[in-house]
Design a protein around this ligand. Structure first.
Ligand SMILES: Nc1ncnc2c1ncn2[C@@H]1O[C@H](COP(=O)(O)OP(=O)(O)OP(=O)(O)O)[C@@H](O)[C@H]1O
Length: 376
């Protein structure tokens, strides 16, 4: 019997106004359990209570009524917090820092030794497909690229429980597929993943169990496979170009079942078609200045004996690694131009230099430190 990682019983959250009057009943009588190695989907339309539930799981909000247990403890327990990785709905990044600096900084907050830090940062950057953008300030990143850094940041502490709020938001179909594959691989390594989404098609093929929320209530829950099965219908798929045979089959089926029979070619999904187009572009060596993905899980993300799938790991170790694109040092004049552009963006005075940028980076790091010490 596998370990219970999350236990939620009769969870309620009522937001109150200044005078203590109920303003919104965000979560209403929620119950669920998540076992180790599961990918659990918290689904529902906008405003159904997903983010509020996640905040209670993280100990950022207190329940009005009910209980949350993570690894058998309260979410406020510091040892529990250390085992959680969290990707918030909005990725807030410090625009002057580059991916290496951001990840190194978060690794230092978790007191990861310097030598390990560099290794983890390198592996994570490769894993989220940003090797060629590792020296670029994240202020220049597209939404999807920023999301990838957010995901890397959530994994820096090698968490046992990974909570992802709308992980695929802002990602193109390729990025979306990559993140989904990554989530499945992490689960195979014994990580437990909770993800929230209102983009159902984006999570359909990766979640094991779901709760579907509406107005704070659970409307449906259970194993996704059984929830999606239409047990009173059947599909028969076979290959043939023989029109005569098809006509015979149709005649037979119609005779048995009446006119209510659909006969058509199976369609592949738009996602499959899109991915094929991109794969072909890659095979033709067409490069991109956006995000690119190695297909490898960062090696430090520990493998777990019980859940490790040697097949997957074998495939991973044999996976073709994209060649690293060397980062081109810009000539001094171009560097100055770029700096000036960034400064204009931020309404920074013209005479500001690289030292000023460095000072801003330090300021941003201090700001994060302050916010974190307020939280802890
Ligand atoms: N701090 C707050 N104060 C008052 N009401 C809030 C607060 N946070 C959330 N709510 C309300 O709680 C309800 C659930 O919100 P929540 O953010 O949990 O939904 P959600 O399912 O995450 O939505 P989305 O998909 O849009 O992110 C909404 O009616 C929202 O207005």
């Amino acid at each position: 019997m596998s370990e219970t990682v999350v236990e939620v019983s009769n969870l309620n959250k009522v937001f109150k106004d200044f005078w203590g009057r109920p303003k919104a009943k965000a979560v209403n009588g929620l119950n669920f359990e998540i076992k180790k190695g599961q990918v659990f989907g918290l689904l529902g339309p906008n405003g159904s209570g997903k983010s509020t539930t996640i905040k209670m799981l993280l100990g950022l909000l207190f329940p009005s009524v009910g209980k949350v247990k993570i690894f058998g403890e309260k979410p406020s327990n510091l040892d529990v917090k250390k085992r959680i990785g969290y990707l918030p709905e909005e990725t807030t990044l410090y625009r002057y820092l580059n991916p290496e600096e951001i990840l190194d900084f978060y690794a230092s907050l978790f007191k990861i030794p310097k030598a390990d830090r560099k290794k983890r940062v390198d592996q994570l950057i490769e894993m989220v497909g940003l090797t060629h953008a590792r020296k670029r300030p994240v202020g220049e990143f597209s939404k999807g690229m920023a999301r990838r850094i957010g995901l890397a940041q959530a994994l820096i502490n090698d968490p046992d429980l990974i909570i992802l709020d709308e992980p695929t938001s802002g990602l193109d179909p390729v990025g979306c597929r990559e993140v989904k594959d990554l989530i499945r691989l992490l689960a195979k390594r014994g990580k437990t993943v909770i993800l929230s989404s209102h983009l159902l098609a984006d999570v359909e093929d990766i979640v094991d169990n779901v709760v579907v929320m509406y107005g704070g209530h659970v409307r449906s829950s259970g194993r996704l496979e059984s929830l999606l099965q239409e047990t009173d219908k059947h599909t028969l798929t076979f290959e043939t170009k023989d029109d005569e045979l098809l006509a015979k089959i149709r005649k037979f089926v119609t005779k048995e079942l009446g006119d209510d029979v659909d006969l058509e070619h199976p369609k592949r999904s738009l996602e499959d078609m899109f991915l094929q187009v991109i794969t072909e572009a890659k095979e033709d060596s067409i490069t991109t200045s956006g995000a690119d993905y190695s297909g490898k899980v960062a090696a430090y993300l520990q493998e777990d004996g019980e859940h490790a799938n040697s097949d997957v790991l074998d495939k991973l170790t044999q996976a073709e690694v994209m060649e690293e694109v060397p980062v081109q040092e810009e000539p001094a004049e171009v560097k100055k131009e770029i700096l000036q552009e960034v400064m204009q963006d931020e309404a920074v005075a013209e005479e500001e230099t690289e030292e000023v940028i460095e000072a801003k980076k330090e300021e941003q790091k201090e700001e994060i430190n302050d916010k974190l010490s307020n939280l802890l």
